[in-house]
Design a protein around this ligand. Structure first.
Ligand code: AMP
Length: 174
């Protein structure tokens, strides 16, 4: 834990309320470092063990920036993209973002392989604020022009080391 509170890190009120409901009293070390930097709009490379609060470390400032900038996602577009190496992680990230962002009005969805693409295509029809995706299916839907990333202003690569170990480097470059 750090000396900071989420408030002194600059986290906004609707997010603070969600964190209070989750009984998060203090930021973890990676949250203490990453949140202010991301809120400033800086690029961040974070390294921390599993279970140390990395999702909130990038998720809270991402939600905050998206909610404060009133840009509306265009059809098939995502304002922010989070890449994850596995389906399970992608689902988990989206679930956490929904918990943290419960008082914001942002739209997020998940795109992953191994299931029908129908619902995913439907979810992208009007565009989303945050898209959490595994690389294979994402590229597939980009090729089909169901997903467009040319307006996407923020990229998060979660578990980047694992992603590259799994051979996703070419997909991530694309
Ligand atoms: P993560 O490393 O993002 O998978 O988070 C691991 C677990 O820690 C999750 O169950 C989170 O809900 C929880 N968590 C994240 N940040 C905090 C915090 N600041 N205080 C208490 N629990 C937290």
């Amino acid at each position: 834990m750090t000396d900071h509170t989420f408030q002194t890190l600059g986290v906004s009120e609707p997010l603070l309320r969600a964190l209070a409901t989750e009984n998060y009293t203090n930021p973890t070390p990676i949250q203490g470092k990453a949140i202010p930097a991301i809120l400033e709009g800086r690029d961040v490379l974070g390294l921390a063990q599993t279970g140390t609060g990395k999702t909130a470390a990038f998720g809270l400032p991402l939600l905050q920036r998206l909610s404060q900038d009133k840009t509306v996602a265009a059809p098939h577009q995502a304002r922010a993209l989070i890449l994850a190496p596995t389906r399970e992680l992608a689902i988990q990230i989206n679930d956490s973002l929904k918990v943290y962002g419960r008082h914001l009005h942002l739209r997020s969805t998940v795109i992953l392989g191994g299931v029908s693409q129908h619902k995913q295509v439907e979810a992208m029809r009007h565009g989303v604020d945050i898209l959490v995706a595994t690389p294979g299916r994402l590229l597939d839907l980009v090729r089909q022009k169901q997903v467009r990333l040319d307006k996407c202003a923020t990229l998060v690569i979660d578990e980047a080391d694992r992603m590259f170990d799994m051979g996703f480097i070419k997909d991530v470059r694309k």
